[in-house]
Design a protein around this ligand. Structure first.
Ligand SMILES: Cc1ncc(COP(=O)(O)O)c(C=O)c1O
Length: 378
């Protein structure tokens, strides 16, 4: 068991269960080398020119084919707009589709760094409750009588942090409400292709009238350092993105990397890699949840993940995970405190744990350390 890590911000004896990314050893250097060689050997200097605003057509074609297979539903090349990752897509959506003071609905809990992006844009965030089927649609319907949100941000599949998946019926109801009340849905679908078993179709599949913008990213299925993602939506909805000032000045986003990832797709290297990731993550998730059942079943509850990266732990209301952090760090373990994922400073008794970064042995050791601190408090 090695505690060494290439992450400079994780001390070598620390198990940081809060970190939300794949282990460096899972990142596919060989695959990228093959794809880069393949692309550079084409001898096409346009790879180094400004890119087409919507994203290179050949890359989008290869991506549309990959998504059609992965989602199990047809994805149209004209419905894809290339971005520099999901975070940048979110930032651009805020820039182009909202103004400071606008209301945004989010799930409670929600992806904490999306909350930061909304704060950068001066948006007012309202958190909505979730249950085992995801976002509570009846509360949403009620809140729509009180607020007119600009958009609703959701992670419908293998949620970060809760790991929950929005049920098919609720997907239909959510889209119907967005049509009726004239707001759009930003569906952050970055974990869609990381299911351990069969997965519901992405939320964009339920879109009839162009109220859904679906965000995807290569960060979760290939490598976060590529900074490559996409927005999927109907062409008239994508139009403001393709014609915005940022792209008018700088051209399409991330054309060089898109060219290399085009080769990853055209050489059919990605499906096998994603299958391998899913096997590794399924095993790690099983190891983490089994350790949680063994060491923390008296003090915390959680839903078993069916995909994605995370387990969301709920302790009794008397435990404030943020306040426990200094002691956890003394025991060489860290988690993400739940309060970070709340739009309203709540969820203090919760914590997000990630199973993508460490192997099974270290996950179990991390849970033991966590249990030692929490059990002392209970
Ligand atoms: C739900 C969600 N959205 C977006 C991101 C960031 O993705 P990207 O690296 O493509 O910006 C993450 C990464 O943790 C995530 O979990």
């Amino acid at each position: 068991m090695s505690l060494q890590t290439t992450q400079t911000n994780i001390p070598s004896n620390m198990i940081d269960l809060g970190i939300g990314q794949p282990s460096p050893t899972l990142l596919p250097l060989d695959l990228m080398q093959r794809a880069a060689n393949h692309r550079l050997q084409q001898g096409d200097p346009s790879l180094l020119a400004y890119g087409a605003e919507q994203g290179d057509g050949y890359f989008r074609l290869a991506l549309a084919k990959f998504l059609t297979q992965g989602y199990g539903i047809p994805v149209d090349v004209d419905h894809l707009f290339v971005t520099s990752g999901a975070s940048q897509a979110l930032d651009l959506i805020c820039t182009l589709c909202a103004k400071p003071g606008d209301i945004v609905f989010v799930e409670e809990p929600s992806y904490f760094l999306a909350l930061r992006i909304f704060a950068d844009h001066g948006l007012r965030v309202v958190g909505l409750p979730v249950d085992a089927e995801g976002l509570d649609i009846s509360v949403l319907a009620e809140k729509l009588t009180e607020y007119q949100p600009k958009f609703l941000y959701t992670v419908p599949t293998y949620h970060n942090p809760s790991s929950l998946t929005l049920s098919a019926e609720r997907r239909r109801q959510l889209v119907a409400l967005s049509e009726k009340h004239d707001f759009f849905i930003v569906a952050d679908e970055v974990y869609q292709l990381l299911g351990f078993d069969a997965t519901l179709p992405p939320l964009i599949n339920y879109d009839q009238s162009g109220t859904v913008l679906s965000i995807g990213s290569f960060s979760k299925i290939l490598a976060p350092g590529l900074r490559l993602g996409w927005i999927q939506g109907q062409p008239r909805v994508l139009e403001p993105f393709i014609t915005c000032g940022l792209l008018d000045s700088g051209g399409g986003l991330n054309p060089f990397t898109s060219g290399i990832v085009r080769s990853v797709l055209e050489l059919d290297l990605l499906n096998e890699y994603v299958s391998k990731l899913k096997t590794v993550y399924r095993d790690r998730s099983a190891a983490l949840t089994s350790a949680l059942r063994q060491h923390l079943s008296e003090t915390a509850v959680f839903d078993e993940p069916n995909g994605g990266f995370f387990v969301w732990l709920k302790f009794s209301e008397t435990i404030d995970v943020g306040a426990l952090l200094p002691e956890l760090i003394q025991h060489h373990v860290r988690v993400q405190p739940g309060v970070k994922f709340s739009a309203h400073g709540d969820l203090r008794n919760c914590a997000r744990l990630c199973f993508a970064y460490y192997d099974s042995e270290l996950l179990e050791e991390g849970v033991k350390r966590l249990a030692q601190v929490v059990t002392d408090r209970s």
